[in-house]
Design a protein around this ligand. Sequence first.
Ligand SMILES: C[C@H](O)[C@H](O)[C@@H](O)[C@@H](O)C(=O)O
Ligand SMILES: [Mg+2]
Length: 396
Amino acid sequence: MALPKVRQVRARVVRGAGADYHDQDRGHWIDDHIATPMSKYPEYRDSRRSFGLNVLGTLVVEVEADDGTVGFGVTTAGEPGAFIVERHLARFVEGAVPSDVERIWDQMFHASLFYGRKGLVLNAISAVDLALWDLLGKLRDEPVYALLGGQVRDELTFYATGARPDLAKDMGFIGGKMPLQHGPAEGERGLAAGVARLAEMRERVGDDFWLMYDAWMSLDLDYAVRLTHAAHEHGLKWIEEALPPDDYWGYAELRRAVPPGMLVTTGEHEATRWGFRMLLEMGCADILQPDVNWCGGITELIKISALADAHGALVVPHGSSVYSYHFVSTRHNSPFAEFLMMHPQASEVVPMFTPLLLDEPVPVGGRLRLPERPGFGVRLNPECRLERPYTHEETT
Ligand SMILES: C[C@H](O)[C@H](O)[C@@H](O)[C@@H](O)C(=O)O
Ligand SMILES: [Mg+2]
């Protein structure tokens, strides 16, 4: 049966959590003195909002087929992303057959190569790609995991990211990843405080629960090596995103220098198969963590995952709700997933992209069986007031 073609692409935006999950009110653990590359400036040390981590907001891309079926995808891109989708990318999607995801992706990427390659443009491309996969699932009445070749495991297992790994253990997660709160700008006292916090958490959770640190690009090589060796006695399982994403050389050096058995992970701010090829071929990481809303979408993540598999590397996508869960459930080299605790105190499980999506599944007891619903199986919350800042009819 011939699929209906795409009639219209719409890019809408909304503020306040959602896909831009860093866009939270004050007092949320995710904005509480977390080490960043801006921590060298005291005025920007206490809050990531202060230097603009929440500046973009959520972008929702809808693709509507001739028969009225609508698929949608989300990302962190806000109004700039809406402009890119409406005024540039839409022309490669409207009139196309929704199953032509390879051709559409290739045209979106190469047409924007002169100003894209990674970052905001790849976020926008990702949202369009996710919308197409959602639409395809709805047109074929199949969940995205079925379109991807089917699940290799019936149940997903999660570690939790948040300020309270001790509570995450009580909730049944297999591990807890904490944001590192002090970087080189806070000297030896900051390093000691980070080790002390890890030691205290290890005391609370016991020896058989994973504990990780996420450094969010904030360290230099020397500090990262010293931190990992100081943390080793408390069983740090991995150090995540220790260095800025482009420092492939530093990651390769760090991976050679960390204590035996400790893992080095990164990738959430990397994009495309070429970026992940660099991480793999330079030996930068044991676990790659692409974000499917930022790396190029499902169509690109398939390529990244296969490349990683050939290198014997695990792919554990950065938390991105159903968009990563459907993928993880179909890949042998994605044995577990990340769940980002979006409750302000990380003390209870709430949907990651709340309040943007309805029917967004969450782990129970640290585990999740994906519901068998078409596409990604979620709906937009009509109470979220989405706005369409740009249109493109006038540009065609
Ligand atoms: C918790 C981290 O600081 C980031 O906020 C988080 O988005 C990301 O790095 C993660 O791995 O979950
Ligand atoms: Mg991270």
